[in-house]
Design a protein around this ligand. Structure first.
Ligand code: N01
Length: 543
């Protein structure tokens, strides 16, 4: 580790800044603080490699749902020109290789401590420093504490009776074994049909003897239409990178689509279908974010997209009973995070795949030999939980974080997370969150918002250093206004109309609060810039 002091009396490592996590967020934060600001910084990472989400999520079929050439860092033009993506939607190993390359290229590893989970972080009001304790028993302190723990990193394994008695093997997709899982000749049960389950289904089905999918909520999905990048395409991307990033940063969700203001309701049914068909053939998130401007704000407009997808399911799935079970019906399209797939609905035409609706016939327990639903027992060798995450707050709240007066973050957020701009929490000085609740985060192409957060935080710290300020802290009023604003924006959308993890609805007992900021990147970025122009309005500094 580079140039770090140890207070030998207390055996505490003294740093300027501590970053938690070494995924997309943590690595760039470390680079900025260390290389631009010259701060003595260390990133603590629980995994034994860098990559965050891409380190943990190694399940079959894992790949990115944003196109590779803009699901990456833009801070280094050289890196953009050097790196070659193989295809539109590369698989997890390629993204992990990219992140490892970034770690090497920018010499980040020497300041990343792997296999180290932060257990607690307490703010010392006398020293104005954060004191952290790791699960390995190491102590460190720093003026600044920055969370890059990610939004989707605490696996949700549902508490189903009897799991401990299952004689086969079971896995959660977010904690996939590094050596992989051999499905050949196996009877596999997959629980969950979110983005992960939808990506994993076709790949597991191709290998397993039989795959049974246990579906609670039928989901919409749009084909990815992955394809390899030809050398000509690579050249074209690299020649146009400035424009790509400009468009991505000014797009509502951080995607470089040409902006659209048209309403789905302006067109005749035939015209609209033709537009949807074109975008369906193109594939990807564009179906939601680049087709019509009102899909997420107008139910009637949304129904046109939902009906189109339902039509595609009906057309694709040969067995009408299975097609009926797969038909999404209880939430607007996009109100749950929309999956992107490769042959998901087609997979239900295979002889070795069956679908069980656990809404109609709920799982009663897991027996030693499989899954028992209200109506039937399914014998299984392997159960795969694609049941998602305690999103946005779960990982932070697993750490004992205490701010002023010993107030714990868990207590402060008991009724739902409160932040100012998704960046800071009142009562927790010098603690920043990258992609925290209240930021656009998961409603965006993450690297774009991560870079904005990291740069905002490092600029803020730089300004504090210049002005000899010791602490920055969001004020309670600004925080409360921001939480209200985040909710008001969400209420103007259809996001409220689904039991999604955006609302914490997937975790029993979790407060039902819409967590990400749905107002779009341009508005959010402008707000963050205005706050700075107004002398960090809503924040208080102490010298
Ligand atoms: O998790 P999810 P995910 N019994 O929460 C079901 C990102 N991601 O891992 O809808 C039975 O979306 C649950 O049912 P229901 C992306 O942001 C990114 O799929 O709650 N079923 C649902 O079907 C995504 O949104 C990429 O009724 C239970 C599923 O499990 C996020 O990760 C790829 C259950 C969980 O869906 C999370 O996706 C993949 C229970 N007790 C994921 N509990 C890329 O872009 C839950 N379910 C690379």
């Amino acid at each position: 580790m580079s140039g770090q002091r140890k207070n030998s009396k207390e055996n505490v490592l003294e740093l300027d800044a501590i970053v938690i996590g070494a995924g997309f967020s943590g690595m760039y934060m470390l680079k900025r603080l260390r290389d631009e600001l010259g701060l003595n910084t260390r990133a603590y990472e629980a995994g034994n490699g860098v990559g965050g989400t891409w380190y943990w999520n190694r399940y079959p079929g894992a790949r990115c749902d944003s196109e590779s050439f803009y699901y990456c860092y833009s801070f280094s033009k050289e890196l953009l020109q050097e790196w070659e993506w193989s295809s539109k939607y590369p698989e997890q190993p390629e993204i992990l290789t990219y992140l490892n390359h970034v770690a090497d290229r920018f010499d980040l590893r020497k300041d990343i401590q792997l296999e180290t989970r932060v257990k607690s972080a307490h703010f010392n009001e006398k020293t104005h420093r954060w004191e952290i304790l790791t699960e390995n028993g190491e102590r460190a302190s720093a003026q600044f504490l920055i969370s890059g723990v990610g939004c989707l990193s605490t696996a949700n394994v549902p508490a189903i009776k009897g799991l401990e008695n299952f004689k086969g093997d079971w896995y959660h997709t977010g904690k996939w074994p590094h050596e992989g899982v051999d499905f050949s000749g196996k009877r596999v049960g997959l629980i969950g049909t979110g983005s992960t389950g939808i990506q994993a289904t076709p790949v597991i089905a191709a290998e397993a003897d039989h795959l049974t999918i246990f579906q609670r909520t039928p989901n919409f999905s749009v084909p990815a239409r992955n394809e390899p990048f030809t050398p000509t395409k690579q050249k074209e991307i690299k020649a146009n990178y400035d424009e790509v990033w400009e468009k991505a940063r000014s797009g509502h969700g951080g995607f470089p689509y040409s902006p659209t203001t048209r309403s789905a309701l302006e067109f005749s049914s035939n015209e609209r279908t033709a537009i949807y068909e074109d975008i369906w053939q193109e594939g990807g998130f564009k179906f939601l974010w680049g087709s019509f401007a009102d899909i997420m704000v107008n139910k009637e407009a949304n129904n046109t997209a939902a009906d189109f997808i339902r039509g595609k399911i009906r057309e694709t799935v040969q067995d009408p009973v299975t097609a009926d079970k797969l038909m999404p019906h209880d939430h607007p399209y996009g109100a749950k995070r929309p999956p992107i797939d490769t042959n998901y609905f087609e997979t239900f035409n295979r002889d070795n795949v069956s679908l069980v609706s656990i809404k109609e016939s709920p799982i009663e327990e897991i027996t030693p030999s499989g899954v028992l639903t209200k109506d039937e027992e399914y014998d299984l060798d392997i159960i795969v939980f694609a049941t998602g995450f305690d999103a946005m707050t779960g990982t932070l709240l697993k750490i004992d974080i205490q701010g002023r007066d010993g107030e714990s973050l868990a207590d402060k957020w008991e009724a739902g997370p409160k932040t100012y701009l998704g960046l800071q929490v009142a009562g927790f000085p010098n603690f920043f969150t990258i992609s925290g609740p209240g930021s656009p985060s998961v409603l965006s192409n993450m690297p774009v918002t991560i870079e904005q957060h990291v740069e905002w935080i490092s600029d803020c710290i730089q300004s504090m250093k210049k002005n000899e300020q010791v602490c920055i802290e969001a004020n309670v009023e600004a925080e409360s206004d921001w939480v209200t604003h985040v909710n008001q924006i969400a209420e103007m959308t259809l996001f409220w109309e689904a039991n999604s993890w955006y609302l914490g609805a997937n975790i029993p007992g979790k407060a039902r609060i819409f967590m990400p900021y749905a107002g779009g990147l341009p508005t959010y970025f402008e707000r963050c810039e205005d706050v700075v122009k107004q002398g960090y309005a809503g924040f208080e500094f102490s010298a």
